[in-house]
Design a binder for this molecule. Structure first.
Ligand code: GDP
Ligand code: IMO
Ligand code: MG
Length: 425
């Protein structure tokens, strides 16, 4: 039995959705364990594109059950909209195959207001959040004043919790941020109006996974964001508010760490980042613009242009170590086509010395200079290749060098957005 964790190895948008969709053909259970609708996971099947923000990327496979774990923060409106959109396309989103943990925290309107208000006030030091209320919702969870999905079945408790939360939030919103105060009764009424549609999805996620495991069924745990957006191990403070490393697949779903049999990282053949924060291999020249256009590097959630740069194996090695990757899926290799020279960052120069690891002091990563190795590029269109041997020599050499530097096997190579455009090695 395989219990696989999929983790973004860079700063998000590595192509996790594509890889999860592809692997879930063999996995009857797919579980999201962190993040919220700050994520945007794109799947393409025979030209038809699906972008998922909350619903796990296994949903297009009829036989797969998709669960949202306790570690996720869920915006009820976004969940229902997403489910409705899928249903309109004839995809079954009934509670038989889609579930939400009763312990999942809910994003309320005041979380979104606070997210936007704080960003607006951070002139010059904006994080560039997605504005979806992710940080404020996780704050409430940790402060033990959060609203959980299970509270939808207890209107009196839910109302009381919202009143209590807004006492503090309204003071902040009005006095500090000059935003309009929110009426607690309206907020509770709006949420309770959605309860009849949401409560059928409430489930005991751990029990469902236990039962699947007892039947010998495979499970897949879908990470959102990327390792270097992790609240602890990322480029703090330019990070998201959840733990994005593989360890959280356990805590965020209720399974023990010993449950997992494979931890696969997903890494682009180059690097991208959305929002602010250090990015040593960023390209501000024509090569960066080329990657952005050829790779369609515009956010699936906010539409923002993604910053693009060379592959950084210091970043990748840190990801391998932090997550214990058993293997890596390298995506978007096709995008490197026609670049005459490919660069791979092998180490940094920091304070006049060679440095193989990410310096941990806040802001230090902004002060490193990448040390590059150069490799010849390739001109052939590789988007139709189905086997590793079909790739041009130079593309194969690039993959081999990347895996050598990362220290872990590249087991899958993606050469286009479509489900079928994947080479299994
Ligand atoms: P995620 O957040 O990690 O799921 O990634 P996103 O969906 O936000 O961004 C990845 C983008 O790259 C999507 O538009 C995918 O359709 C696309 N994509 C994934 N793999 C490949 C690939 O191998 N080649 C190309 N050209 N596009 C890809
Ligand atoms: P997927 O799952 C890329 C970034 C935001 C911002 C920072 C904090 O599609 O890979 P937040 O709204 O989470 O408080 O924003 O994190 N960010 C992502 N970047 N991919 C994502 O998700 C992201 N989710 C958040 O751009 O810099
Ligand atoms: Mg994305």
């Amino acid at each position: 039995m395989a219990n696989i964790v999929i983790i973004g190895a860079q700063w998000g948008d590595e192509g996790k959705g594509k890889i999860v969709d592809m692997l879930s053909a063999q996995c009857p259970f797919v579980i999201r364990f962190q993040g919220g609708n700050n994520a945007g996971h794109t799947i393409r099947v025979q030209g038809e594109e699906t972008i998922l923000h909350l619903i796990p990327s296994g949903i297009l496979h009829r036989g797969t059950t998709c669960l949202i774990g306790n570690g996720v923060v869920l915006d009820p409106l976004v969940f229902l909209e997403e489910a409705d959109k899928l249903a309109a396309r004839g995809i079954d989103v009934s509670p038989e195959r889609l579930g939400i943990s009763k312990k999942t925290h809910l994003i309320l309107p005041y979380h979104k207001q606070l997210d936007k208000a704080r960003e607006a006030k951070r002139a010059g030091r904006k994080i560039g959040t997605t504005g979806r209320g992710i940080g404020p919702c996780y704050e409430d969870k940790i402060a033990r004043v959060g609203i959980r999905a299970g509270d939808l079945t207890n209107p009196a408790l839910l109302r009381e919790k919202i009143r209590h939360a807004l006492l503090e939030k309204n003071t902040l919103l009005r006095a500090l941020y000059k935003f309009e105060a929110l009426n607690p009764e309206t907020a509770a009424d709006e949420l309770l109006a959605l309860a009849p549609r949401l409560t059928p999805y409430l489930t005991d996620v751990e029990a469902r996974i236990d039962e699947a495991a007892a039947r010998g069924e495979d499970t897949l745990f879908e990470g959102a964001q990327g390792v270097h957006l992790d609240i602890d191990h990322g480029t703090y403070p330019f990070v998201t508010s959840s733990s994005t490393v593989s360890g959280n697949a356990a805590a965020g779903s209720g399974m023990p760490p010993s449950f997992f049999t494979r931890i696969a990282g997903v890494a682009k053949a180059y690097t991208t980042r959305v929002g602010s924060g250090p990015f040593p291999t960023e390209l501000l020249d024509d090569a960066g613009a080329y990657l952005r256009e050829k790779g369609h590097e515009y956010g699936a959630t906010t539409g923002r242009a993604r910053r693009c740069g060379w592959l950084d194996t210091v970043v990748l090695r840190a990801s391998v170590r932090l997550n214990g990757f058993t293997d890596i899926a390298m995506t978007k290799l096709d995008v490197l086509q026609n670049l005459p020279v490919l660069r791979i960052c092998v180490a940094y120069e920091f304070n006049g010395e060679r440095c193989e690891r990410i310096p941990q002091e806040e802001g230090a990563l902004a002060g490193v200079t990448p040390i590059y190795e150069e490799m010849p590029g390739f001109e052939d269109d590789i988007s139709g290749c189905t086997g590793f041997e079909q790739l041009p020599d130079t593309a194969r050499a690039y993959v081999r060098r990347a895996e050598e530097l990362a220290g872990v096997r590249i087991s899958m190579i993606s050469v286009g957005p479509d489900r079928r455009q994947t080479i299994m090695r």
